[in-house]
Design a protein around this ligand. Structure first.
Ligand code: ZN
Length: 190
């Protein structure tokens, strides 16, 4: 059987059901835990190949992902494109390219993230790269949760899968009304 993202999502249980506190402060019944998909190197590699194929004609020189969520998938996309992979990370809250990573002016850069919700981390990476005169060719993510495709203006944005996750303000949350405890994803059990 050929590999498919939908099958891998189901098999790895990455779309969690429960009562979750999202980073936006809203509550939801579902949460995407990409680490559960990417824990399997074969699934990570196949996901990277599919995502890379969306940009195969762009003559990418380097892939950049924001830590932590973007690191594994950026690496797999870079493997598929046979180019180098860098990551940005926050120091004192500020997104930076550290560890001796460099980008030459006009190098063709692809930004890769696991899930795009508001696009905040990606915008911080864009700022870092523009400061280095990099040529940002596009942005890719496994999942697009933003409900938009023009999230980054002129820069092309492509995702493998669009996902809608309903959420409510805490005071309107039916699960809170039922007294079900809310869980912050990223904890030991989620
Ligand atoms: Zn709730």
């Amino acid at each position: 059987m050929s590999w498919s993202l939908k099958e891998a999502m189901k098999r790895t249980g990455m779309l969690k059901e429960g009562h979750f506190l999202l980073s936006s402060g809203r509550h939801s019944r579902q949460y995407l835990q990409c680490a559960l998909l990417l824990q399997y190197p074969h699934d990570a590699e196949q996901t990277g190949r599919e995502l890379a194929s969306l940009f195969q004609d762009e003559a990418i020189d380097v892939v950049v992902g924001p830590a932590l969520g973007g690191v594994i998938i950026a690496h797999e996309v870079a493997r598929a494109l046979n180019v180098r992979c860098l990551f940005t990370e926050r120091k004192n809250g500020e997104m930076q390219l550290r560890r001796g990573f460099t980008i030459q002016p006009n190098e063709r850069v692809l930004i890769i993230e696991d899930v795009v919700t508001t696009g905040g981390s990606v915008r911080e990476v864009i700022d870092v790269l523009q400061g280095m005169q990099a040529n940002i060719v596009g942005i890719g993510s496994i999942f697009n949760r933003s409900g938009r495709e023009d999230l980054f203006g002129e820069l092309p944005y492509r995702a493998l899968q669009t996902i809608e996750i309903e959420s409510q303000l805490p005071e309107e949350c039916p699960l809170c009304k039922q007294g079900i405890p809310v869980v912050k994803p990223g904890s030991r059990t989620s």
